[in-house]
Design a protein. Structure first.
Length: 604
């Protein structure tokens, strides 16, 4: 397998393929990536940890056994062996850009799968078109942020593979999968920030929801048992969470916090509706609260004057009394000469109310025009706002997290330092308040109402910025729930333990986007449809759709029996919400399974 990338996702994906699935991987990175520190993945849990370390070290130029340059490819090749076995070597290529010569040097013509995980969509598309021409049978996995473009690219590359297959070159094994690390990680980040919010994995015809509850009953609906010390045992507990426990473990752990499958119901197709997408702002947003009360007071005065005129003038019809009041109100010439004194007094009062009504009406017109004029502008946090989530960063990850939070109807205030950030358009469309400013500067978090916020979700690309913002927010609100996006696992663990010790009564979470996204990319390279991932403390539980045919662990078994503790569990048939536990899985069925990384590798 070949992995091409320029950031941490490429390194973590390589480690995933090597350490969990035992695949032979060639990693292609830019020259400056040799000096970057890759993420440390699964140090204690992977049986091949020593080999994995050598692979990662080779990717960054530490401990390589040799190097050479490919002929005509402008690439430097580094290989590392394992235990003297030259056949079990990991190759690392350095290349400024991904050209046809570089792909040929990486062995794309003989590879099973190619992952293009550069941060730039254009680079990935260009390399994918070249790779499809070199090897029509290649399984392609692309990292693209643009969803619509990704759908067109999938169709184009699959059509090219099909045409090549028709020409006798094979291609039936070829497939193209477009993924986004932002889309994969956003649900887990959003769910982590909001206590009690379901963790959701959406499939074709199914909506899987998981919540944290005390373990009880049978293990069929229990996805994981959390650390015994509770939900805060992330990274620092003496005992790790138990994924996919059996019935005996669940019964013995009664009352222990667990991640439980709440329901499997129809998703209804399509994405969940997002509040505030309408192009016309709601009527209540056109006028301020003070102006609405002023208009209501004026209406009450008009009604009171009309009633008083009806009572004071015998024989007058109520509608005529209301009509006379409006004439007086708008100063239309109809003086009450020769009328009773009460009628004359009411006319003077109506004229006075009319004078008061004029500036109110003018203010309403100006405010409505101003609202329509600024409908495309960024909103400011309203006064009295509380119980919201403060989201730091509106880059690729922050934009997807913002969309997910609004799908869950969670009030959000965003903080962004770049006035040209890509997520500002999304915030404007969703009418989400945004504070423009450097979060490390005094007063910015206060403008986002951090002292009344429910949680702080720091997802900028800089670890130090996220940490500084969290520390400052905790100085304002010691009990604030915080979620940090941190790249380095060791740094994340140290930060978590320190914050938990300093603020034992506040919830702290640290998440890595590459840690959440890499399993989905690895599954796609292996031909698995990974539907989503749920973070269980600092481990990940994967949801995948698997064809029953050819799997002795699944075929001929019931849904209840298609299970291996700590590895995988069959949940339901894809597209069906009424799957019984006693349903026998047959050839042709496609089942949704929850699996660990190693469990998904075993199912392969």
């Amino acid at each position: 397998m070949v992995v091409c990338g320029d950031d941490g996702l490429a390194h973590r994906l390589t480690a995933e393929l090597r350490g969990v699935y035992g695949e032979q991987v060639t990693l292609v990175v830019p020259p400056n990536e040799r000096t970057a520190r890759p993420p440390v993945v699964g140090r204690a849990r992977l049986a091949s940890a020593a080999l994995l370390d050598r692979v990662v070290n080779a990717a960054v130029g530490r401990g390589g056994n040799g190097s050479g340059s490919g002929s005509g490819s402008a690439a430097t090749v580094t290989s590392t062996g394992s235990g003297g076995n030259g056949g079990d070597a990991a190759r690392v290529l350095e290349a400024v850009e991904i050209t046809e010569a570089v792909l040929a040097e990486a062995g794309v013509e003989r590879a099973t799968a190619l992952a293009l995980v550069f941060d730039d969509d254009e680079t990935n598309i260009r390399a994918a078109l070249t790779a499809r021409r070199l090897n029509p049978r290649l399984r392609l996995v692309l990292r693209l942020y643009n969803r619509r473009l990704g759908q067109h690219i999938e169709e184009l590359l699959d059509q090219a593979a099909a045409l090549a297959a028709g020409d006798g070159e094979g291609g039936s094994e070829a497939s193209t999968t477009v993924l986004s690390d932002a889309d994969t990680a956003a649900p887990a980040l959003a769910a982590t920030a909001v206590a009690g919010t379901s963790k959701v994995v959406q499939t074709e015809g199914l909506l899987l929801r998981a919540v944290e509850r005390p373990a009880a009953g049978t293990g069929l609906s229990t996805l994981a048992l959390l650390s015994p010390t509770g939900a805060d045992a992330e990274g620092g507990g003496e005992q790790e969470p138990r994924l996919l426990p059996d019935d005996d473990e669940v019964r013995q752990a009664a009352g222990r916090p667990a991640v439980v499958l709440e329901q499997v119901s129809s998703a209804g197709g399509g994405e969940l509706p997002v509040p505030g997408r309408s192009g016309v702002p709601p009527l209540a947003s056109l006028f301020s609260r003070r102006l609405r009360w002023s208009l209501a007071g004026m209406v009450a005065c008009v009604v009171a004057l009309a009633v008083a005129l009806w009572v004071a003038t015998p024989g007058i019809h109520p509608l005529r009394a209301f009509y006379y009041t409006l004439l007086d109100l708008f100063a239309i010439d109809n003086p009450a000469i020769g009328e009773p004194l009460s009628r004359q007094i009411l006319q003077l009062l109506s004229g006075l109310v009319g004078l008061l009504l004029l500036p109110v009406l003018l203010a309403a017109v100006l405010e409505a025009l101003g609202t329509f004029r600024t409908a495309s502008a960024l909103r400011k946090p309203p006064r009295g706002l509380g119980g919201h989530v403060v989201l730091l960063g509106l880059g690729k990850i922050g934009t997807r997290v913002l969309t997910r939070l609004r799908e869950l109807n969670i009030p959000v205030v965003c903080v962004e330092s770049d006035p040209e950030a890509r997520g500002l358009a999304t915030a404007r469309r969703l009418r989400v308040p945004v504070v423009l400013g450097d979060v490390t500067q005094e007063g910015v978090l206060e403008s986002a109402k951090i002292h009344r916020a429910y949680a702080l979700l720091a997802v900028t690309s800089a670890d130090t910025t996220n940490l500084e913002a969290v520390l400052y927010a905790r100085s304002v609100r010691p009990d604030l729930r915080v979620v940090l996006r941190l790249y380095d696992d060791d740094f994340a663990t140290a930060v978590y333990r320190t914050l938990r010790a300093a603020y034992p009564h506040a919830l702290t979470r640290s998440r890595s986007v590459t840690h959440l996204a890499a399993p989905a990319f690895a599954g796609a390279m292996l031909g698995r449809q990974v539907l989503g991932a749920i973070a269980v403390e600092r481990r990940v539980l994967l949801f995948a759709a698997v064809d029953v045919a050819g799997h002795p662990q699944l075929e001929g078994r019931t849904v209840r029996d298609a299970f291996r503790a700590g590895s995988w569990r069959a949940l339901a048939l894809e597209g069906r919400t009424d799957t019984a536990p006693d349903h026998v899985l047959e050839k042709g069925d496609r089942v949704v399974v929850a699996a660990t990384r190693t469990g998904l590798a075993e199912l392969r």
